[in-house]
Design a protein around this ligand. Structure first.
Ligand code: ADP
Ligand code: ZN
Length: 432
């Protein structure tokens, strides 16, 4: 099912034209209404007249997360506060959060892109949708909420936490869709099993998972554990929130809503735009937003883009799985490591649960790298030989993927900390 066929299946040339017009309007808007942008453009020696085609976007300076912090809280708004109807903020790991203001029209755009996502997952007005992303300043809860209402579904505004009640309502209300982080979905999968209620008594069919990186292997785990189809939803507060992109029934790439958010892939070192298909840092320019349009915002998310038409009929560009944020990349003994690489290995070993933790430390100027992972109940044993063999197998596979030989510590099932929102899977003691 497709929510907005005209846009989602638009001829690529028409999409370019639309993007071009919208880009020009946005550049005009920020130049005239937002001091920091005007200054930046003046420093770069350009005016809105210099942006005539989509390719001219490269003349515009980038915007970074740091800029958003520097202009905290409202200096990047391009409308007066009287036009703003909602404020959100992303946690931000250090110091001040990043604040985003939405006009009424911005909220409508958010609902529109959210509706495209949920429709692509096969959800509609007859469906009950449980939103278990956190409600509040975090965009997850209210973003998914707006999407579900827009398609006419019945929302359960559950928010995260309170796991027993999550399971009870999912069961009693007959939720068909579950929106939460993939790591919380794992947690709920265990809780569902523990509840002792037979799976057939649940109507759950669709998972709407995002807000953190997750691998294809994790998808398979979740689909099997929950007996559902698990779909990716992508988004970030700065751009709008969840709904910037979504998978379709093909589960083969995340379609971006590029009539609103114009993507580029750049080399994170040089800032140069990379050729189609290359892996690099994702950059967005919002081309319809009023409250806080962003020009060439550097997401730090590493991925690639594919412009081939999808078998679902959509022509919108598809983003590959996000390897991780460049800030999540660990450099251990000089080797680049993403938690998602470890995840892909762990999920492929049948004896293991998909719960893991990476612990990095430095002793005598040498990096120590330990991977803790839970062993499935049915495999966990006191037999040292068996456990040693399993450990070796994991080490061997990790070595193959990472080019690095971590210590592997097998831990009891359910002993690692569970997450109700975004998972924390790395403890890097070197930075403490
Ligand atoms: P914070 O920056 O505080 O985590 P956000 O909710 O705005 O707050 O986080 C957005 C980020 O979350 C994205 O830039 C990306 O790194 C990650 N993210 C969101 N959705 C996905 C997804 N589907 N797959 C991978 N990463 C995701
Ligand atoms: Zn598709």
């Amino acid at each position: 099912m497709i929510w907005n066929e005209t846009i989602e299946c638009m001829d690529r040339r028409d999409m370019h034209k639309l993007q071009e017009i919208r880009l020009k309007n946005t550049v005009e808007r920020v130049y005239h209404n937002c001091e920091p942008y005007r200054k930046r453009m003046q420093e770069a020696g350009i005016t809105p007249d210099d942006v005539k085609t989509l390719d001219d976007i490269t003349k515009l300076p980038f915007t970074s997360k740091k800029d958003l912090r520097d202009y905290y809280p409202f200096d990047l708004l391009s409308t007066p506060m009287s036009e703003i109807v909602r404020l959100h903020a992303s946690s931000g790991t250090t110091g001040k959060p990043i604040v985003v203001g939405y006009t009424r029209k911005d909220l409508n755009i958010w609902n529109e892109v959210g509706a495209r996502c949920f429709t692509a997952y096969g959800l509609g007005k007859n469906d009950i949708i449980q939103v278990s992303y956190g409600y509040g300043l975090f965009t997850g809860g209210l973003g998914a909420h707006g999407a579900a209402e827009t398609i006419g579904g019945a929302v359960i505004p559950m928010s995260s936490g309170n796991t027993e009640k999550q399971i009870m309502l999912m069961h009693d209300f007959g939720a068909v869709g579950l929106a939460c982080t993939p790591s919380y979905a794992l947690f709920l999968a265990d809780a569902l099993k523990d509840s002792g209620i037979p799976r057939e008594e649940f109507k759950l069919r669709v998972g709407i998972f995002g807000a953190e990186p997750w691998t294809e292997q994790m998808r398979l785990e979740l689909q099997e554990k929950l007996g559902i189809k698990a779909y990716d939803i992508y988004g970030l507060t700065e751009i709008i929130g969840p709904g910037v992109g979504h998978e379709c029934e093909c589960q083969n790439g995340t379609h971006l809503c590029e009539d609103h958010f114009l993507p580029e892939i750049i080399d994170p070192e040089t800032g140069e735009v990379l050729p189609e298909g290359s892996m690099g840092e994702l950059v967005f320019t919002t081309i319809t937003k009023e409250g806080m349009p962003l020009i060439r915002f550097r997401t730090r998310d590493l991925t690639s883009l594919n412009y081939e038409k999808c078998s679902c009929g959509r022509t919108s560009v598809r983003m590959g799985r996000i390897l991780g944020r460049s800030d999540d990349m660990l450099i251990i003994r000089g080797v680049n490591v993403f938690p998602s690489q470890v995840e892909s290995v762990i999920c492929e070993i049948p004896e293991l649960e998909p719960h893991y933790m990476l612990i990095v430390d430095r002793v005598n100027s040498l990096d120590i790298f330990e991977v803790q992972v839970e062993v499935k109940e049915s495999f966990y044993s006191d037999e040292i030989n068996r456990m040693l063999q399993l450990k070796k197998k994991i080490q061997h596979r990790l070595q193959g993927v990472l080019g690095l030989n971590p210590d592997v510590k097998l831990v009891e099932p359910r002993s690692l900390e569970r997450s109700q929102g975004k998972a924390k899977r790395v403890i890097d003691k070197r930075k403490l």
